[in-house]
Write a protein that binds this ligand. Structure first.
Ligand code: C5P
Length: 241
């Protein structure tokens, strides 16, 4: 089975206020340094190591393609890692990357470049589920009660037991994901994840597999402190094993 991973990494990271990491000339969150390596590289390494993944396509801003290419050469990747230019929205970035996926791909796993702590077991679970059903995503149950609001006023309390917070990877059969993107483009629909595009097709039910609290999306400044902590714990575990 051929599994391609798409990593959208072409965002501006406007919710972060980071110091520019050395050497990259950029301050965007996907390139902030964790133990000396940009977050994106930590994420790419997870998929390079996974025996489940056959190829990786990364969507980048045009000005980042060259130095990321240089950085990847030094990694001597064991499988194909292609770099494509992203777009103005995350959806456009993924669509551009999707066009570059090998035609004989069975499943496409889309994963936020800023989630470097994805573990092999979760990846395996979501891929196996998508192989069975056509579409599967990773999610965790919320611990907070979620409310719908209008400005500063509560409009509704959502039943927590029926909610999940979506993480990535989100995995789909190639043809299904392509069809979902085509329909979204036709309808002018822009979603914040790939699942919402596939849901609109009304063709398959999207399955949910449990994620972990460690699979964080590095979005806000405080997330970097948490990321350093998770990384040091993981490094200690690796040394011990
Ligand atoms: O913006 P958001 O937090 O949803 O970003 C999630 C991922 O999508 C990040 O890795 C970001 O770099 C990527 N992205 C992208 N192209 C955009 C906007 C976001 O690849 N235009």
């Amino acid at each position: 089975m051929k599994v391609a991973v798409i990593l959208p990494a072409a965002g501006l990271g406007t919710r972060m206020r980071p110091a520019a990491p050395e050497g990259t000339g950029t301050s965007r969150k996907q390139f902030m340094l964790l133990e000396g390596a940009p977050i994106l590289l930590h994420t790419i390494r997870k998929f390079l190591r996974s025996p489940l993944v056959t190829e990786i396509v990364v969507a980048l801003r045009r000005e980042d393609i060259e130095w990321v290419e240089e950085m990847l050469k030094r990694e001597q990747p064991s499988k194909s890692v292609r770099l494509v230019e992203g777009g103005e929205s995350r959806q456009q970035s993924v669509e551009n990357a999707l066009a570059e996926v090998s035609a004989d791909t069975d499943l496409v796993a889309v994963h936020d470049a800023v989630r470097p702590f994805i573990d092999e077991q979760t990846l395996r679970n979501v891929i196996e589920e998508a192989a069975r059903t056509g579409a599967a995503i990773v999610g965790i149950v919320p611990v907070d009660t979620v409310k719908q609001v209008h400005r500063t006023r509560v409009r509704a309390t959502l039943p927590r037991e029926r909610l999940i917070l979506t993480q990535t990877p989100q995995v789909f059969r190639l043809e299904l994901l392509k069809e979902a993107f085509e329909k979204a483009r036709r309808d002018g629909f822009v979603g914040t994840d790939e699942s919402s595009l596939v849901e609109r097709l009304d063709k398959v039910e999207v399955a949910v597999v449990p994620g972990t609290d460690y699979n964080i999306k590095i979005t806000k400044p405080a997330d970097m402190e948490l990321a350093r902590f998770i990384l040091s714990r993981q490094s200690a575990e690796q040394k011990a094993s």
